[in-house]
Design a binder for this molecule. Structure first.
Ligand code: AMP
Length: 141
């Protein structure tokens, strides 16, 4: 059974920070910083691509409120909000990380080495390919 389904149904323990009919938020058991919260839908969707459109707005609203709460309660300057999908996703039940951040907090192991497009043409071709795929994408029901 999925560990986040277990938490959602109350069969596994968690430090819950909010819970409603469709979503809940709880402390990540191995936080980047204290106050690191995971927001999950009670329904099991594996990744972002599996989430029906009508769930996205309510999910984002919960994430927004959680970010406000985390920032305030942890006296942080801001938050980092993120979601791994498949790659680096260790729990295959969609979850949004809400992590308190403050300048100079020393978050390590999380830097994105940047690259460059070889040319403006390459960037244009990349944008065109993604635009076509977005136009063709069929959201889940
Ligand atoms: P990710 O690697 O993006 O899939 O994130 C999964 C997160 O779930 C990790 O940060 C884990 O520390 C966290 N996690 C795994 N099991 C539990 C659990 N039982 N309760 C709370 N957090 C968990």
């Amino acid at each position: 059974m999925c560990v986040f389904c277990e938490i959602g149904s109350g069969r596994a323990p968690a430090h819950v920070v909010f819970a409603d009919e469709e979503f809940l938020g709880f402390l990540d058991v191995r936080p980047l910083f204290p106050g690191h919260v995971l927001v999950v839908p009670r329904t099991h969707y594996a990744t972002l691509l599996d989430v029906p459109g009508e769930v996205l707005g309510p999910l984002t609203a919960r994430v927004q409120r959680t970010a406000a709460g985390v920032q305030s309660a942890m006296a942080a300057q801001g938050t980092f909000v993120a979601m791994n999908n498949v790659v680096s996703q260790s729990v295959p039940h969609l979850h949004v990380h809400v992590v308190p951040r403050t300048k100079g907090d020393g978050l390590r192991g999380f830097f994105w080495p940047r690259t460059r497009y070889a040319s403006d043409e390459e960037a244009g071709a990349t944008a065109t390919a993604i635009a076509a795929a977005i136009a063709a994408a069929v959201p889940p029901d």
